[in-house]
Design a protein around this ligand. Structure first.
Ligand code: COA
Length: 337
């Protein structure tokens, strides 16, 4: 039974489920679409292939599958969920929220749900929100979904961006547990809106009018100042990890597994180095999945569970950086108490 005494619970992360599209888009195929090479992509990013959803298939398709998979592993019925938070920038629609579609698709009859927009830092943000609901006693079980269909907002004529992104979805069940037990220990979140224009989809809301000129410019697609984002990501990922661990009087020696956002292998490696972590303690799946925005962390958690590195009791550090700019980290011990 989950603990739900107000102010007396810890948010336990008890299972992770995923769903990715079957279709693989390889670097060799991209070589035929834009002026790039497999060698450039692998050496600059670490990416070899990415998954791509069929055009028009909404995120909810993957989110419902990931949610079912997660609940089955946790042994929890959808009807026992209190809430669903979907972190995404590519939900099926702006209205209704994808969380509502997932609620219906799972048969989570008593759950509320909402979407959370925080780009590549969306999963950490959604987990921090779920933690606050659970620690305050406002919910006992929340499904935290991170997913994106980046192929719907990527311009496959732009070599600067189209090689970077992929589609996928993951879901983690967060459940109230005893206050001294396993679960989320702490998190830290940051924003810098001044640099918002460096990673933007210009026509994706009320400020961008998608007229013929905007369509011709491709303003419905992701635009990125790659080098600025890259430099900020390296700096901020390491900074937030050190700050969070420092606040907890911990060091890299207290981390069994770093599960970082997968934007670029050359962002992840310096972060791990700053923390003094051996490569065996760092989850990397960017070669197969690329940057799936809000999905990277749950997809990486699932990979680590599958290869035996993520087990109940593992001390895990999550870290992410993305468009906003936004960055954050979360330290937790995995599994049910
Ligand atoms: N193939 C070949 N050349 C490419 C290319 C591609 N797919 N994409 C860009 N280039 C070219 C550019 O046009 C530029 O050429 P120029 O110097 O003649 O103008 C050059 O490569 C840029 O090279 P460089 O500066 O060495 O690249 P980089 O090391 O900065 O790597 C990124 C570029 C995009 C991989 C890197 O900036 C990055 O990872 N940024 C952040 C990525 C991210 O995922 N952000 C999302 C959220 S966190």
């Amino acid at each position: 039974m989950p603990h739900s005494v107000r102010g007396r619970a810890r948010a336990q992360c008890i299972a992770v489920g995923t769903a990715v599209p079957e279709r693989r888009l390889t670097n060799a195929e991209l070589e035929k679409m834009v002026d790039t090479t497999d060698e450039w992509i692998v050496s600059r990013t670490g990416i070899r292939e990415r998954r791509i959803a069929p055009p028009g298939q909404g995120l909810s398709h993957l989110a419902i599958a990931a949610g079912k998979n997660c609940l089955a592993q946790a042994g929890v019925a959808a009807s026992d969920l209190d809430g669903i938070i979907v972190a995404t920038i590519t939900g099926d629609y702006v209205m209704p929220s994808t969380a509502n579609l997932v609620q219906h698709g799972l048969g989570a009859t008593k759950a509320w749900g909402f979407d959370l927009l925080n780009a590549c830092n969306g999963f950490v943000a959604a987990l921090s929100a779920a933690t606050a609901y659970i620690e305050s006693g406002h919910a006992s079980r929340i499904l935290v979904v991170g997913g994106d269909i980046m192929s719907s907002v990527v311009d496959y004529r732009d070599r600067n961006t189209c090689i970077l992104f992929g589609d996928g979805c993951g879901a983690v069940l967060v459940e109230a547990g005893p206050p001294e037990g396993r679960g989320v220990v702490d998190f830290e979140m940051h924003s810098d809106g001044a640099a918002g224009g460096d990673l933007i989809i210009p026509c994706s809301g009320s400020a961008g009018i998608l007229n013929a000129e905007a369509l011709a410019r491709g303003d419905q697609y992701v635009k990125q100042n790659g080098i600025v984002v890259f430099q900020q990501a390296i700096r901020r990922m390491a900074e937030v990890c050190e700050s969070l661990l420092g606040r907890l009087s911990l060091t890299g020696a207290d981390v069994d597994l770093l599960v970082p956002h997968q934007a670029n292998k050359r962002i992840i490696e310096p972060t791990a180095k700053r923390l003094g972590l051996a490569s065996s303690k760092v989850v990397l799946n960017i070669d197969r999945m690329a940057n799936t925005t809000a999905a990277t962390i749950p997809l990486a958690l699932a990979d680590a569970a599958a290869d035996g590195r993520l087990v109940p009791g593992s001390r895990v550090l999550l870290a992410a950086f993305g468009g906003g700019l936004t960055w954050g980290a979360c330290y937790l011990t995995w599994g049910r108490t």
